[in-house]
Design a protein around this ligand. Structure first.
Ligand SMILES: NC(=O)c1ccc[n+]([C@@H]2O[C@H](COP(=O)([O-])OP(=O)(O)OC[C@H]3O[C@@H](n4cnc5c(N)ncnc54)[C@H](O)[C@@H]3O)[C@@H](O)[C@H]2O)c1
Length: 337
């Protein structure tokens, strides 16, 4: 899964949302491999690249709702990775009109800007929550989408937009990631593994709400690897394709037990709380392995270890209160329009 730039036809990459949780790690990794990266982002969660001095990095502070700016930014770009959005249910629900304008309406801008500038490859970050709740054991890419929330519904709608474009001369692919876990320089603590770990570290107490619900997970290092693979793969393998990307489907209780095991603090308490929220997601990721040879190398345990290590090194500052780690808090604070 290691990508060398020489193997990829595409050297100049634009990442919308490149300053986010996944985007910032992806950007660093691509820069380390010699790619030229333009990050197009509103920098809602701060200037994450201040320590990076690399002439291959171009930072553009912009809104994907600004089509003209996107058209300028996508000039001389080989591939676009589209990550920017309001990226979870609660932040979307804070202001559904704003959420739709960014997650759906602006999607047309990103695709059009890429097409106008003859971008060769377009990679769209959807989500595995587009499937909704399924009883089948193996939730594969061909299954009908039954998104339960507006955030997932508009992710699914963007997939349809791509699939229905006529005369598409740009290669495109859609990835449906599981919930990502692990440390990033723009950290999110509102994601299940990260949330349970920070509570263990600070409160010495984990509240497990609806412990039997399943969650598919992917370590952020593998998530980055999956995007790199989609960049370097031959067009005939990825064009028009949709790939699930997950590794371990675990119940919330199993995740809590892993946190307890890895952290190993004798005073750690796990409290179980029932819930009416029946959302239980699990996915099968055999296709990305079969077609592209993607194999996850990092586990949920590795993600927990990395978070504990970052915490012990003082890299997570005021974890429970710092709004930069919590999308809903940050969106409330910003009052973006
Ligand atoms: N993190 C996960 O567990 C996960 C799981 C499945 C899918 N995804 C998808 O992966 C992508 C990245 O997720 P993430 O966790 O890194 O999210 P994130 O919230 O950390 O990053 C999103 C980035 O988009 C930027 N942004 C938001 N609105 C913008 C706008 N109007 N114009 C320009 N930039 C804007 C933000 O500033 C932020 O840097 C998202 O599309 C998300 O839906 C994430």
């Amino acid at each position: 899964m290691v990508v060398k730039i020489a193997e990829s036809r595409f050297k100049k990459i634009l990442i919308t949302g490149g300053a986010g949780y996944v985007g910032s790690e992806l950007t660093s990794s691509l820069l380390n491999k010699g790619y030229n990266v333009k990050v197009f982002d509103l920098y809602i969660y701060g200037e994450v690249f201040k320590d990076i001095k690399n002439s291959n990095l171009t930072k553009i502070k912009g809104d994907i709702r600004d089509k003209n700016m996107l058209i300028k930014a996508t000039k001389d770009v080989d591939a676009v990775i589209h990550l920017a959005c309001i990226s979870n249910d609660p932040s979307f629900e804070l202001d559904p009109k704003l959420g739709k304008s960014i997650n759906y309406d602006a999607f047309f801008n990103v695709v059009e800007a890429a097409r106008i500038n003859n971008v060769k490859r377009f990679i769209y970050a959807s989500t595995s929550s587009v499937y909704g709740v399924k009883t089948e054991r193996n939730v594969v890419e061909e299954m009908p989408l039954e998104p339960l929330t507006d955030y997932s519904k508009f992710k699914a709608s963007c997939e349809s937009v791509l699939q229905n474009i006529k005369d598409m001369d740009m290669e495109w692919t859609i990835i449906r990631p599981a919930t990502v876990c692990g440390y990033s320089k723009r950290l999110r603590l509102d994601l299940v593994v990260n949330l349970l770990t920070i509570n263990a570290l600070i409160n010495k107490k984990i509240r497990v709400i609806g412990g039997n619900r399943l969650r598919p997970n992917i370590n952020i290092k593998d998530m980055v690897g999956a995007y790199e693979l989609l960049l370097s793969a031959p067009g005939k393998k990825i064009n028009g394709q949709i790939f699930n990307a997950g590794y371990q489907n675990l119940t919330v209780t199993e995740i809590a037990n892993l946190v307890k095991e890895v952290y190993g603090h004798p005073d750690l308490v796990i409290e179980h709380v029932p819930t009416n929220d029946i959302r239980s997601y699990h996915i099968n990721s055999d296709k990305i392995k079969r077609v592209l040879g993607f194999e996850a190398k990092f586990t949920v345990e590795d993600a927990i270890k990395d978070l504990i290590d970052a915490f012990n090194r003082g890299l997570i500052k005021d974890g429970l209160n710092n709004s930069l780690y919590w999308n809903v808090k940050r969106m409330q604070e910003l009052n973006l329009r």
